[in-house]
Design a binder for this molecule. Structure first.
Ligand code: TXA
Ligand code: MG
Length: 321
């Protein structure tokens, strides 16, 4: 695994690796992705094996330009309005796959749908454009572990299987959103959020003028196959909604912790949910030291706006493994 900077020379080298079917980790505005040529079965299979990812969990295909989507998926009702408003950006759309699509069937894990997104991070777009390929990219972490928002955490996550990844492209700028994209399913009667993320439900409803559901609200609605209860798990146990940590715990605060309460790290001193989202995975990585702490205690995060996505990640990180 070689570490590349964000020069044009490095991006060209990374693009060549992708064209040769190798894996390249790169930053997006949400989290680092582990990319591969989405049209190659062999390259896509290598993603599953490097991540230790179950084969039933489908992948998102990343495009450098919004209009490329029409080559791979059917642009059903609502899709174009959402692409116009939110692409490039942290919204993934699950749409019916075109039958003659060049995308490897492995990306869909046997489903008739395909998830597509056009990231807004300029380095990501430049790399995908230079490769001249649609790029399948899950978050660049071992399956079930904390997602990475820094190159350093990608290296740490894959330290046992570094040979599986050709390169990690590092960008000075940390992933701005910090949480994965919102995954919105448009294949059913009503739009359903399969995974809350960088774009919140109210923003989508404002554009579409129709009600948008959360998959958790309706047990009949199929959940995203990747939304297993335990996910994003640090090595240490996590306790949520904590006002005062126990002895030995690292305390991850949000807002002012209250007189006399010590925070080992703070998601946002100002109590700002965007700042908290951007810091979440980086701070979880930084506190996840079993040799120093007995656990991580996290302050309450309001269940509104981006807080819904933050709490979703925290609940999965705290879930029984
Ligand atoms: O922000 C992101 O989305 C990041 C960056 C790298 O773009 N990627 C990411 O990928 O989070 P991953 O593989 O960690 O999560 C993709 C999620 C999973 O929950 C998966 O089950 C769901 O999207 N998904 C992908 N294709 C799907 C499909 N056809 N139907 C339903 N869910 C799908
Ligand atoms: Mg992931």
């Amino acid at each position: 695994m070689q570490l590349l900077d964000d020069s044009s020379f490095s991006i060209a080298a990374a693009a060549r690796c992708l064209q040769e079917g190798q894996l390249v980790a790169f930053p997006t505005e949400t989290v680092y992705g582990l990319g591969a040529d989405a049209t190659s079965d062999r390259a896509v299979a290598a993603i599953f094996s490097a991540k230790g990812r179950p084969q039933f969990n489908p992948l998102i295909v990343h495009l450098s330009e919004p209009d490329q989507a029409a080559g791979y998926v059917r642009l059903v009702e609502h899709s174009q309005a959402l692409m116009r408003q939110f692409w490039p950006g942290p919204l993934t759309l699950v749409l019916p796959r075109l039958e003659d699509s060049a995308i490897s069937l492995l990306c869909s894990s046997g489903l008739p749908s395909l998830a597509v997104r056009c990231p807004s991070h300029s380095l990501a777009r430049e790399l995908i454009d230079a490769a001249g390929l649609p790029i399948a990219a899950p978050s660049a972490n071992r399956s079930g572990m904390i997602s990475a928002t820094m190159a350093e955490h990608v290296l740490e996550s894959f330290s046992d299987s570094a040979e599986a990844i050709a390169a990690v492209v590092e960008s000075g700028r940390c992933c701005q959103v910090g949480l994965e994209s919102t995954v919105l399913d448009l294949t059913g009667e009503a739009p359903v959020i399969l995974r809350p993320g960088g774009i919140v439900r109210e923003e989508i409803e404002d554009v579409l003028g129709v009600r948008v559901f959360l998959s958790t609200e309706d047990p009949e609605k199929p959940k995203s196959p990747g939304q297993m209860t335990s996910h994003y798990a640090p090595r240490l146990p996590l306790r949520l909604n904590v006002e005062e940590p126990n002895e030995g715990e690292a305390f991850l605060g949000f807002g002012w912790p209250g007189a006399g309460v010590f925070c080992h790290a703070n998601l946002s001193r100002a109590g700002d949910l965007h700042e908290a989202a951007a810091n979440l995975f980086r701070l979880l990585w930084s506190l996840d030291h079993p040799e120093t702490y007995a656990g991580i205690a996290v302050a309450p995060i309001p269940e509104e706006g981006l807080g819904i996505a933050i709490n979703d990640r925290l609940r999965r990180a705290a879930a029984k493994r």
